[in-house]
Structure formats: C-alpha cells, structure tokens
Design a protein around this ligand. Structure first.
Ligand SMILES: [Fe+2]
Ligand SMILES: [Fe+2]
Length: 151
C-alpha cells in the first residue's frame, strides 16, 4: 500500500465517523461513541501523517507551503476538539461546535485529496511512496492503540 492509499483509508474512516455523528446527534450515547471514534482516528492520523507525509514534503520547495498549511489545519482542528470539550455537553453551543468540527474535517480531507495529493505525487519517487505508506501505517496503528488505551 502506498502512502496515498494508506491516508485515504483513514480519511474514509473519518468521513464515516462524521456521518455517524451527524446521524446520531440527538442521541447522547450514539453521539459520544461516534465522537470518541472520530477523535481517536483523527489523533492517530494527524501525527502519523505529519511524520510520514508532511515532513518529507517540507524537504521539497514545491510542497513546503501546502505542508505548512496542512499542519496548521491540524492545529485548528485540535483546538476545535479542545474547545468542544470545554462546552456544556448537549447545549445548543455544543451542537453548533460539533457541526463546525465536522465541516472543518470534511474541508481538510477534501483539500488534501484534491489539491495536495496531486502535488505530492509529482515530488515523491514511487519507491518512497511505498516506504512512506509502511511508515505511516505502522505509526498510525501504534498511535491508535495508545489513544485507545488512554481512554
Ligand atoms: Fe491532515
Ligand atoms: Fe489526512
């Protein structure tokens, strides 16, 4: 599996968790479960993606700016999750913040796939795309297990 296929698998899981979150937004338990799954997947994905994808892309002049942009969006999403946790569960403000988080996640995933992946494919040799896929997947799985154990 190359880096792009590996990243896409997590993107699809994040979209599924977002769909489940919106579908179950009025149901406390379902909303909790979907949000936990989304947070765990996002945390493992962001860090593994930064290490195995953004860092090598910072090495290239052509992709340094989009790599910085992607990392700054990770920070924004992390802050949105932190702010959500400080908001009163189930309040109108909380539900609005959840909707904004889901919107931001979709925007970020779409932008990576549509704008960033084609640029990255031009600068990363095919052999490296394979190696980074393995590095990413190992990091993702290790971090996911760590996040789950911490819950
Ligand atoms: Fe990302
Ligand atoms: Fe991503």
């Amino acid at each position: 599996m190359d880096i792009f296929e590996a990243l896409l698998q997590s993107h699809q899981r994040q979209r599924e968790h977002c769909d489940r979150l919106l579908a179950g937004i009025g149901d406390h338990d379902e909303r909790h479960k979907a949000l936990d799954l989304l947070k765990t997947e996002m945390a493992a994905h962001e860090t593994a993606e930064e290490r195995a994808f953004y860092v090598p892309l910072i090495e290239h002049d052509e992709t340094v700016d989009p790599a910085r942009h992607g990392i700054s969006e990770h920070h924004e999403m992390d802050e949105m999750v932190e702010d959500l946790e400080k908001t009163q569960e189930g309040s109108a403000e909380y539900l609005e913040a959840l909707g904004k988080l889901v919107h931001k996640v979709h925007h970020h995933l779409d932008e990576e796939e549509q704008k960033f992946f084609p640029q990255a494919k031009k600068v990363l040799p095919v052999q490296q795309q394979q190696e980074l896929g393995k590095l990413y997947q190992d990091e993702h799985d290790r971090l996911y297990a760590k996040e789950e154990a911490a819950q």
